[in-house]
Design a protein around this ligand. Structure first.
Ligand SMILES: Nc1ncnc2c1ncn2[C@@H]1O[C@H](COP(=O)(O)OP(=O)(O)OP(=O)(O)O)[C@@H](O)[C@H]1O
Ligand SMILES: [Mg+2]
Length: 305
């Protein structure tokens, strides 16, 4: 335990901090040829959830029941803010930065549990667990985005200001109960994301593309370019890639069309893949690269991060 309890030298470290990422930022599709531009941020308007043609969901095993994040009350956010301030007064962030994420999480949990006991906050065990998780995510991770980033079924996360968070699941956009404390917290988290690839986002540089350590693609538009708070979109990196055979199975392409594409991939034809945002360009490109001869040299160009 290394908390600096009872001591405040008035020189507080930044409340939000993230230990160095274990994996380097990598392109979403290493070993593939990417010849597309990222979706250009369109206008000064905040990013609206893109209208997208619903695609037939791949056949999947029945989903296990997942924890749905419900909207929290003002009291919850108030309590959290008090516990958070007490934690920042107590903890030594420079010491915390030396720990691995797991030990840092344990350390924060211990101190937050002490704070709740000392300040006598009335809450149930499950509320306390939620609060602990939230505070750990705020200090060590990407705050309220963490539960969404952990889900594999989400293709896109779209944030329009601190109170509106949308996700896309199986081709359908839905609003979530996730929210940020305020626009400053949202901007801080965006800052943290883009700083990992050596970029910054602020008034003088309000548009920024970046990647998460897992390869997920990120775009941030900050005020004054965005109107209602910062707009953030994350195209989640899918671990399970679709194959050409699966596209045929879904009816996205005919068997004959797939055969032609296999031949095109093998005989070194020039190919342009174009389409709207989220229409499946990268997915198709990844499928095609499977048919490029293993002996061929592949050069990947991508300007999004
Ligand atoms: N034929 C398909 N059937 C079902 N889902 C698909 C299909 N093609 C793509 N998808 C899913 O749609 C989402 C978007 O696909 P993808 O990233 O390939 O689009 P994109 O055109 O490259 O988007 P962007 O313009 O943002 O780069 C992904 O989650 C992908 O798995
Ligand atoms: Mg793409």
């Amino acid at each position: 335990m290394f908390g600096k309890r009872g001591k405040d030298d008035g020189n507080r470290a930044i409340p939000e901090f993230r230990p160095p990422a274990s994996a380097p930022a990598a392109p979403a599709s290493t070993g593939t040829m990417t010849v597309e531009r990222p979706a250009a941020p369109t206008s000064s308007a905040p990013a609206a959830p893109p209208a997208r043609r619903p695609v037939e969901a791949p056949p999947m095993a029945p989903e296990p029941p997942r924890k749905v994040q419900r909207e929290r009350s003002e009291t919850y956010y108030d309590t959290k803010s008090q516990v958070f301030s007490a934690l920042i007064d107590t903890i030594d962030l420079s010491q915390l930065a030396k720990l691995d994420p797991e030990s840092a999480r344990e350390e924060i949990r211990d101190i937050v549990n002490d704070i709740i006991a000392i300040k006598n906050f009335a809450m149930s065990i499950s509320e306390q667990e939620e609060l602990l998780e939230d505070i750990c995510n705020d200090v060590l991770g990407y705050g309220p985005l963490e539960p969404l980033l952990a889900r594999d079924d989400i293709a896109d996360i779209m944030v329009n200001g601190s109170k509106n968070v949308y996700i896309e699941v199986n081709g359908k956009v839905e609003q979530t109960g996730v929210r940020f404390r305020d626009n400053q917290q949202l901007l801080n988290i965006c800052q943290r994301i883009v700083s990992q690839v050596g970029r910054r986002v602020d008034e003088s540089s309000p548009i920024c593309d970046a990647r998460l350590p897992d390869g997920s693609r990120v775009n941030v538009i900050a005020p004054p370019l965005s109107i209602d708070g910062t707009a953030l979109t994350i195209r989640k990196f899918k671990k399970d890639k679709l194959t050409l055979d699966q596209l045929v199975k879904f009816g996205a392409i005919s068997p004959q069309g797939a055969e032609i594409l296999k031949i095109i991939g093998r005989v070194r034809c020039n190919v342009v893949i174009s389409g709207g945002t989220g229409s499946g360009k990268t997915t198709l490109l990844n499928c095609l690269t499977n048919y490029i001869d293993r002996e061929e040299r592949v050069i990947t160009c991508d300007d999004s991060a």
